[in-house]
Design a protein around this ligand. Structure first.
Ligand SMILES: Nc1ncnc2c1ncn2[C@@H]1O[C@H](COP(=O)(O)OP(=O)(O)O[C@H]2O[C@H](CO)[C@@H](O)[C@H](O)[C@H]2O)[C@@H](O)[C@H]1O
Length: 474
């Protein structure tokens, strides 16, 4: 079965967050399970692309907004990532360094989708299924079915995975001319709330949509930035499949980015060395429990509440814990975190920026990982924390609810709290402090967490079952 994954991110070429992790790993595990999975990504002018060799496998031009654009499809020569990787290169639009936030990103995502469809159409390829990820690829299901250009492909089934239902990629009807000629009778399938909404269109037109956890599937019906009714109406088409993690990239036994490797049966000495190295880097004492946060500093992640929670925790628990924060995002949150660090340098250190290597060191060297998310479709950080024997402290929502059981329950291992609030975070920090004092229990939890299996094997198999259901004649 030939499947193309379409996504704006794919680790290690271009990763901004968890979308990149998933699209960098899922196809690899699908290949191992016998699916001929490939990834078609926008071209990025980044290290991976400079350091690898590519063949031009297709060259043509396409029309967007009355202008003709030349494009090339490049294939990575050696399938280094364990699957075929194609980059869609459009000089002037898809040839940049960053993944998001260009003023013309609407045009970038549309041309990406058009070039992909033109390529498979003109090269007479007919994939068995197209798997689209998030709104950047959300127009594909509609265009396949309702643009005369792609009639030949109208029956190709599509799966649409929602990694983040808060962002829709919406734009006004005045820009419909960016799309190729479409059947205007079907215009309603593009629309939500008076505009063109790629996420809504994908949910309406795809064969099946998936969310990255079962709980998030339900939550979208009550919290999806205006699409709640749509998710309720289309609920029969939805399925929740929890993300896995790439256990080759995230493996404390082999990770070359951390200070010392360690295994589930004997984690203590390795974790201690990693904590020492991390604390040394940030000039923090190793004697106190270390609570960390890694992620985008945005409201969804509850990042705006962290500065207050840090100050109050440090005061309330008389500086008995230390904090390390790694992230980038909203400027006022960044500034507030830096201010906390300046006020309490012995208890709180902040690294504003994106740093993959440091993230591995934090997962390995921390005692606890805080995730006070307001919304969390799946969350990968807690799964990496578990793999590295670090206790996740999570607000029970979405995928966090589906993956973290509070340690007060039988077979539990994490710290869970109900509300996204500074108060709940401070209570959770107090529980972390208590748990830390009980060395024997912490060591037991560490082993229990590291023995859990969140690898892709099970989730990749669920996607394959879905593909098989949608392609009954194969
Ligand atoms: N400053 C920084 N430096 C280094 N690494 C950083 C970093 N900030 C974040 N990361 C890394 O980015 C990834 C974040 O993954 P998440 O799944 O937590 O969040 P994200 O919201 O991006 O993804 C969305 O998609 C994923 C995938 O489906 C869902 O799990 C999630 O709930 C949903 O919001 C992790 O690998 C983390 O280590």
């Amino acid at each position: 079965m030939r499947v193309y994954h379409l996504s704006a991110e794919c680790y290690p070429i271009a990763k901004v967050g968890g979308l990149g992790d998933v699209v960098g790993a899922l196809p690899k595990y699908q290949k191992l399970a016998g699916i001929d999975a490939a990834v078609a990504l926008p071209y990025y002018n980044r290290n991976f692309v400079q350091e690898h060799s590519f063949d031009v496998v297709f060259r043509a031009s396409t029309l967007m907004g009355g202008r003709r654009y030349e494009f090339e499809i490049l294939k990575e020569k050696h399938d280094t990532l364990g699957f075929e990787l194609y980059l869609i290169y459009v000089p002037g639009l898809l040839d940049r360094t960053e993944v998001y936030s260009y003023p013309d990103e609407r045009e970038q995502f549309i041309i990406y989708q058009l070039c992909f469809l033109d390529w498979i159409n003109w090269s007479q390829q007919t994939p068995d299924l197209i798997h689209c990820h998030d709104h950047h690829t959300g127009l594909v299901p509609f265009l396949l079915q309702h643009s005369a250009l792609y009639k030949r492909l109208a029956n190709v089934p599509t799966v649409f995975t929602i990694h983040n239902g808060q962002y829709h990629g919406a734009f006004g009807w005045e820009r419909v001319n960016l799309l190729p000629e479409i059947d205007m009778w079907k215009g309603g399938l593009l629309e939500w709330s008076g505009g063109i909404n790629p996420l809504a269109s994908a949910v309406k037109c795809c064969s099946r949509y998936t969310t990255v956890s079962p709980s998030y599937l339900q939550e979208l019906q009550v919290n999806s930035n205006g699409l709640e009714y749509l998710f309720w109406v289309e609920r029969a088409k939805g399925q929740g499949i929890i993300n896995g993690i790439d256990t080759e990239v995230w493996n404390p036994a082999t990770d070359s980015m951390i200070a010392a490797t360690y295994t589930a049966d004997k984690p203590d000495a390795g974790k201690k060395k990693n904590k020492e190295a991390l604390c040394k880097r940030f000039n923090l004492s190793t004697d106190k429990p270390l609570v960390s946060f890694i992620g985008r500093l945005v409201g969804e992640k509850g990042a705006d509440m962290i500065p207050e929670a840090l100050v109050r925790s440090i005061e309330q628990y008389a500086g008995a814990l230390n904090f390390v924060i790694l992230g980038t995002g909203e400027v006022d949150v960044q500034e507030a975190l830096k201010a906390v660090s300046e006020r309490y340098p012995e208890n709180c250190q902040v690294f504003i920026g994106y740093n993959e290597e440091l993230s591995h060191q934090i997962y390995a060297g921390s005692d606890f990982l805080l995730m006070p998310s307001r919304v969390e479709p799946c969350g990968l950080n807690q799964l990496y924390a578990l793999r590295y024997g670090t206790v996740p402290m999570v607000r029970s929502t979405g995928g966090l609810k589906d993956t973290v059981i509070d340690y007060s329950q039988a077979d539990g291992y994490g710290i869970a709290f109900a509300n996204a609030s500074a108060d709940d975070m401070i209570t959770a920090v107090g529980r972390a402090l208590e748990l830390y004092k009980n060395t024997a229990q912490l060591q037991l939890l560490c082993k229990r967490m590291m023995a859990l299996d969140f690898s892709w094997n099970k989730s990749a198999a669920e996607y394959i079952q879905l593909y098989q259901y949608l392609t009954p004649n194969l």
